[in-house]
Design a protein. Structure first.
Length: 156
């Protein structure tokens, strides 16, 4: 099977970045020249479009309550350039307010807990756990700090 057929088969499973397709073709043993020709042809036909991939990925990740920093990191790991990521973010529709998203997640983590009734140490521990959760989700340090400060007070 030639590189183009491998690539089309790979793309049938779902959208991929240019780097993902190149890596897949190399793994399948396709030569450099053959890989480049296949990628160029598929880009020309619109089957490989990193900017469109980014827009779809932003939509997917926002639905899963991920922060922008994590989404950008994941896209860079998939081989998308920072410029394309920024262009896609600027053109993305319905970008959620990161502060409000983070606050909702932190409140969800504290649901059922009387924060005012906790000791300083317990409140600090709960705030640290919420902060780690928000950082893992990809919210910036500034947003994490502001949310924790608002919900838990001066415990951090």
């Amino acid at each position: 099977m030639d590189a183009r057929k491998y690539a089309v088969s790979y793309l049938n499973a779902g959208p991929r970045t240019e780097k993902q397709v190149r890596d897949y073709l190399r793994k399948k043993g396709c030569g450099r020249e053959e890989t480049e020709e296949a990628v160029k042809e598929l880009k020309d036909y619109g089957y490989i479009d990193d900017e469109n991939y980014c827009r779809m990925y932003f939509e997917y990740a926002f639905d899963r309550k991920r922060g922008i920093e994590r989404i950008k990191r994941e896209l860079r790991e998939k081989g998308v350039s920072s410029e394309i990521i920024e262009m896609a973010l600027e053109s993305a529709e319905d970008v959620p307010d990161q502060y409000e998203e983070a606050k909702a997640l932190a409140l969800q983590a504290a649901a059922g807990t009387d924060i005012g009734g906790l000791s300083f140490e317990e409140r600090r521990r709960l705030a640290a756990r919420a902060g780690r959760r928000l950082a893992y989700r990809g919210f910036s340090q500034d947003i994490v700090y502001r949310v924790i400060k608002e919900i838990y007070g001066r415990t951090v």
